[in-house]
Each structure stands twice: as C-alpha cells, then as structure tokens.
Design a protein around this ligand. Structure first.
Ligand SMILES: [Zn+2]
Length: 169
C-alpha cells in the first residue's frame, strides 16, 4: 500500500502499489497516480500525477501547471508553475521558466537555468474541515447582535439632549 495526497484538494489517502489512477474520496475527481516520463515535446494545460515526473534530455513540457506528489527529475525543458510534495532535481542541461516553483527541497546542477520565484521548503496546506468553522460563526453572531442593540438605545438618548440645547441658544 502507498500513502498519497490528492494534488487537487490535499486529501490524504492510501492506494495499492499497482494503482495507476483513482478517484479522490474528498473532491470526487479522478487523479493520476502513475509516474510520468516525458521524452518528447508535450504541450498541455495541466501535467498532474501523485507519482514522479521525469523529463529526459530531449523532453519538453509546456504547461500552465505541473503538479507531482513524489517529485520531479528534469534533464530537459520545463515551462509552467511547478508544485510538488517531493524534491525537484535539475540536471546540468535542464531549464525551467514559470511563475512559481514550490517543493520540499531542490537540487540544481551547475549549468541549469531557472527563471521564476522558488519557494523551498514548501508543504501542501491541509484541507479545511468545514463543519467546525460553521459552529463557531453562529455563536459569534449572537453575542454581537446583543451588544449593538444596547449601544443604539444609549446613542438615541444622547443625541436628543444635544438638539434641545442647540435650540435654546
Ligand atoms: Zn481531492
């Protein structure tokens, strides 16, 4: 068995070692688990897997978002925002260009070219539990309404007195 996290919502789940894809019990979406090896040019919107992404010397990924659970090994060209729970390993001829790179750790060989904002070490935020936050907000609202009511009554009395004084002058 293998512990993974959904790259879409951050939910933790356990899958069998042979599984190539599954559907997330939390967000109900299909997620990829198998490793991805890029040997040629692939233009995609999202390159996502809970496994590892490997980009060979002749490989090139042009994506909006690149997400990997286990980490990324890049010896080729990578374009797009990178997000991984694992490590990123750039070889000597590798290049990356994107807005952000988020990873647990990073290794950059001499000669690799990186253009973008790198945040290391990075950890995927835990998913928000909805039930607890709802209970807190309802109790807070009740106390607030009581306070505002008492304030309003005192304010009305004060303003009434002031207007009377002005009329006399
Ligand atoms: Zn999910």
């Amino acid at each position: 068995m293998r512990d993974i996290r959904c790259y879409l919502c951050g939910y933790r789940l356990t899958v069998s070692m042979r599984a190539m894809s599954t559907s997330c019990p939390s967000c109900k979406k299909a997620i990829k688990i198998e490793d991805v090896i890029v040997k040629t040019y692939i233009p995609v919107i999202d390159l996502q897997t809970c496994g590892r992404i490997k980009i060979t010397k002749r490989g090139r990924v042009a994506a909006k978002r690149i997400q990997s659970g286990d980490g990324i090994t890049c010896d080729g060209v990578m374009e797009g925002a990178v997000e991984t729970d694992g490590d990123v390993d750039f070889g000597p001829k590798a290049s990356w260009k994107g807005s952000t790179l988020l990873s647990r750790s990073i290794r950059i060989a001499a000669g690799a070219k990186l253009i973008g904002v790198v945040t290391v070490p990075w950890q995927r935020p835990e998913p928000v539990k909805k039930k607890k936050t709802v209970a807190k907000t309802t109790t807070a609202k009740k106390t607030v309404t009581k306070k505002t009511l008492t304030k309003k009554t005192t304010v009305k009395k004060k303003t009434a007195k002031k207007t009377v004084r002005k009329k006399k002058r």
